[in-house]
Design a protein around this ligand. Structure first.
Ligand SMILES: [Zn+2]
Length: 246
């Protein structure tokens, strides 16, 4: 059975504790809520940028539509003005021509009315599109400010955890200093294979690594082993450190 000084075995529990804390800090670092929040609002911002492009396109199209409607009204009005001029000045018009002019004016009046309605409708839709573009722009500004705020919060929280990891890692190096090499090598091997826990205390007849109570025969065997023997949990294989009962 491999051996290591009792003091080294007990110190290994401190190393394990610090390794666990470092792993937990890494986990907290990776799963900071601000990270998720940032990814959500960044996606929201990207969607808003698309809406901004759509709104700008709609405004451009509708401005063109309004201009076109205005031009159509001007054209019809000019034609009606010309007809009216002819009516006023054309004293010598034949009755047939007179009738033709009058009926054309009726058609033009109706046409002008229709076109003015189209123009009004286009103007209304342009107004709505401009309002939508302004709304999207305001939302982009608000969400953009939120992105900056959450990013700053995330940087702040990440820096705190990073400092914690640096400090824990230094403490761990200090705690591991001088521990029996064979014990450390076994510990590192088991820690890698057993989800981060390579050594555990034996407390009240149970392994604190897998939380299984040892059967009386194994327990008696372990208790009978020399104090500096490196014993392992029969259930999980981790190093079992005795004498840490407290
Ligand atoms: Zn165990």
């Amino acid at each position: 059975m491999p051996q290591a000084p009792v003091a080294d075995q007990l110190r290994l529990l401190t190393v394990q504790d610090l390794d666990t804390k470092v792993a937990q800090a890494h986990h907290r670092f990776a799963s900071l809520p601000a990270r998720q929040e940032l990814s959500e609002i960044t996606a929201q911002l990207a969607a808003l940028e698309e809406s901004r492009v759509e709104a700008a396109t709609a405004v451009t199209d509708l401005r063109r539509e309004v201009t076109k409607a205005e031009d159509d009204v001007v054209t019809v009005r000019a034609r009606a003005d010309r007809d009216n001029q002819r009516l006023l000045s054309g004293a010598g018009l034949a009755p047939k021509e007179l009738q033709a002019l009058q009926s054309e004016l009726e058609v033009l009046a109706k046409r002008q009315g229709d076109l003015e309605e189209i123009e009004l409708d286009a103007m209304q839709r342009l107004e709505d599109a401009e309002a939508e573009a302004a709304r999207v722009a305001a939302e982009i500004e608000a969400v953009g400010a939120k992105v900056a705020e959450v990013q700053a919060k995330l940087d702040d929280e990440a820096a705190t955890i990073e400092a914690e990891i640096v400090s824990l890692t230094a403490g761990r190096a200090n705690a591991a200093e001088g521990i029996d090499e064979g014990l450390m090598a076994l510990y590192e091997k088991l820690r890698a294979a057993q989800g981060g826990t390579g050594a555990a205390a034996l407390k009240h007849g149970a392994c604190q690594g897998c939380h299984m109570s040892l059967n009386p025969a194994d327990l008696a065997h372990i208790e009978a082993a020399p104090a500096d023997a490196i014993v392992r949990c029969e259930e999980c294989g981790r190093i079992l450190v005795r004498g840490a009962e407290s």
